[in-house]
Design a binder for this molecule. Structure first.
Ligand code: UD1
Ligand code: CA
Length: 450
C-alpha cells in the first residue's frame, strides 16, 4: 500500500517568474503534472499535492487530473515543514508514502515502481533515490556507511569544502514508512543556513535508510531555473526522438526537430530538418514532413508530403501534398490526393478528393467537392465586416485566376468561373460564369492621343 505526496508549495524564486515554478510548461505539460503522471504505475491509495504559493492556481492547473487531494502549506518554511502538513491527513494510515519534489519532471514511472519495491522488500524505514552526478552543484549531498545505508544528508550551502567533493546527491524522491516518518517529523530543527525545516534531516532520526542509485541520472534533474528547464526539454526531446527512431521513423538532422510526447508516428514516416510536431498530432506511414514545417493537433494520412508549411487543428488525407508555403490555419479537412500549394491559406473548410488549390488562394468557410480546381488568386470572400458566410463549390468545378467568390454563394457541379470574376450569385451545374466588365478596345488610341 503506497500513498503519494508531491511538494509543490514553493515559489521557485530562481525561476524569476510570477508563475509558480511547478506550473511552468515542459513540452506541453507542467512540471507538477509530469510528476503526478510519473506515479501512474503505483496505483496509489491516496494522492496528495502540497500547495502554498499561488495554491489555487496550482490546484487549477491539476483540476483535470482525477483523485488528487490538496494539502495547504500556508507558510513555506521548508520541505520538512511541507511534509509535516500531511500529518492530519494521514491519521491511522499504516502503509508507505512516496514523497516527491514537484520540480522533478523527468522521472520514469518504472524508476518509482522499483524504488517502492526495493523499499518494501528490505523493510526500510526510508529509501531514497540517489545519483552520482558529474556536476552535483546545487543538490544535497548524501553520505552513507559501508553498507549503503544513509547516515546524513547535507545541503550544498551547508557543506564544507570536503563535503562538496562528494558527488552522490539526493534526488528529492523518497519512500517512507509513514508511521516512522510521522514520529520523526516533529523532531526537525531549523538548524541550517536557510533556517528552514529540511525534510532531509529525518534521515538522522530513522533507521534504516537505504540509498538507491538511479540508472539514468538525467531522470532526477530538479528544475530550479530557466536554464535547467531548457536542459530538461533537451533531455526529453532526445528520449522522444530515440523512441520514434527505434520504432522506424526516419529523422534527418534530429537536433533541429522537436516532437511533443503526445504525437504518434507510424514506421517509415520521414521527418526532415527544422520540423516541429506538437499536440495531438498523428502521422501515418510513408509521409514526409518538412523541411521547415509545423504540425499541431493534426491528423496526417499515408504518403502525404508537407513542405515548408504550417498545419494546425486540421486533417490531411492519404497521398495529398501540402506546400511549399501553405497554411492550414484550423479545421481544414483535406481529403485524399489533394494538392494545396504555394501561398494557399485554408480555414474551416473541406476539400473533396483530387481537389487542387495550387497557388495563391484563400479558402475560408467553404465546402469544396471532388476534383475541384481552384485557380491562382481565387478568394472566398467570407466576411462582410460583421458575419462570416459559407461558400459551396460542386464536384469538378474550376475557378479562373483571380476570381472572388462572395459568400454566401454556391457554385454547382462542373461550373467554370472565368478569370477575374467577382461572383455574387449562385451558379447552376455545368454553367460558365463570367462576372467582369467586357473588354473594350479603342483602335489607333496612340494616334488620337497625339
Ligand atoms: C531539495 C533537497 C535536496 C535535493 C534537491 C533535489 C531539501 C532540504 N533539499 O533541494 O537535498 O538534492 O531537492 O532536487 O529538501 N517546497 C514546498 N514547500 C516549501 C519548500 C519547498 O512545497 O516550504 C517544494 C518546492 O515547491 C519544490 C520542492 O519542494 O517542488 C523542492 O524545493 P526546492 O526549494 O527546489 O529544494 P532544493 O533546494 O532543490
Ligand atoms: Ca529543487
Amino acid at each position: 500500500m503506497v500513498a503519494v505526496a508531491i511538494l509543490a508549495a514553493g515559489k521557485g524564486t530562481r525561476m524569476k517568474s510570477d508563475l509558480p515554478k511547478v506550473l511552468h510548461l515542459l513540452a506541453g505539460r507542467s512540471l507538477v503534472e509530469r510528476v503526478v503522471d510519473s506515479c501512474k504505475l503505483l496505483q496509489p491509495t491516496k494522492q496528495m499535492v502540497i500547495v502554498g504559493y499561488q495554491g489555487s492556481k496550482v490546484q487549477q492547473g491539476l483540476s483535470h487530473r482525477q483523485g488528487i487531494e490538496f494539502v495547504e502549506q500556508t507558510e513555506q518554511l521548508g520541505t520538512g515543514h511541507a511534509v509535516q502538513q500531511l500529518i492530519p491527513h494521514l491519521e491511522n494510515y499504516q502503509g508507505d508514502i512516496l514523497v516527491l519534489n514537484g520540480d522533478a519532471p523527468l522521472l520514469r514511472p518504472e524508476t518509482l515502481q522499483s524504488l517502492v519495491k526495493i523499499h518494501q522488500t528490505h523493510k526500510n524505514a526510508a529509501t531514497l533515490l540517489t545519483a552520482n552526478l558529474p556536476n552535483p552543484q546545487g543538490y544535497g549531498r548524501v553520505f552513507c556507511d559501508g553498507n549503503n545505508f544513509i547516515t546524513h544528508i547535507v545541503e550544498e550551502r551547508d557543506c564544507n569544502q570536503q563535503q562538496k567533493q562528494n558527488s552522490r546527491v539526493n534526488a528529492g524522491i523518497y519512500c517512507f514508512n509513514w508511521q516512522k516518518l510521522a514520529e520523526a517529523l516533529p523532531k526537525l530543527s531549523t538548524n541550517n543556513d536557510q533556517k528552514e525545516y529540511y525534510l532531509t534531516e529525518v534521515v538522522d532520526y530513522l533507521d534504516q535508510v537505504m540509498a538507491l542509485d538511479v540508472i539514468d541520472y538525467q531522470e532526477i534533474n530538479g528544475i530550479n531555473d530557466r536554464l535547467q528547464l531548457a536542459n530538461a526539454y533537451n533531455i526529453l526531446q532526445t528520449r522522444i526522438k530515440e523512441h520514434w527512431m527505434k520504432a522506424g521513423v526516419m529523422m534527418l538532422n534530429p537536433d533541429s526537430i522537436t516532437i511533443d510526447e503526445t504525437v504518434e508516428l507510424q514506421p517509415d514516416v520521414i521527418i526532415e530538418p527544422q520540423t516541429h510536431l506538437r499536440g495531438n498530432t498523428k502521422i501515418s506511414a510513408g509521409s514526409r514532413i518538412g523541411p521547415g514545417s509545423l504540425i499541431e493537433n493534426s491528423i496526417i494520412g499515408e504518403n502525404v508530403t508537407v513542405l515548408y508549411s504550417v498545419v494546425k487543428d486540421s486533417e490531411v488525407g492519404d497521398n495529398s501534398t501540402v506546400g511549399p508555403y501553405a497554411h492550414l490555419r484550423g479545421h481544414a479537412n483535406i481529403a485524399a490526393s489533394c494538392r494545396v500549394g504555394n501561398f494557399v491559406e485554408i480555414k474551416k473548410s473541406s476539400l473533396g478528393t483530387n481537389t487542387n488549390a495550387a497557388h495563391l488562394a484563400y479558402i475560408g468557410d467553404a465546402t469544396l467537392g471532388n476534383r475541384v480546381n481552384i485557380g491562382a488568386g481565387t478568394i472566398t470572400a467570407n466576411y462582410d465586416g460583421v458575419n462570416k458566410h459559407h461558400t459551396r463549390i460542386g464536384n469538378g468545378a474550376k475557378t479562373g485566376s483571380n476570381s472572388v467568390l462572395v459568400a454566401p454563394v454556391t457554385l454547382g457541379a462542373n461550373v467554370t468561373v472565368a478569370a477575374g470574376s467577382v461572383v455574387t450569385q449562385n451558379v447552376g451545374d455545368g454553367s460558365l460564369v463570367i462576372a467582369r466588365s467586357r473588354q473594350k478596345e479603342i483602335p489607333d488610341w496612340d494616334k488620337i492621343k497625339r
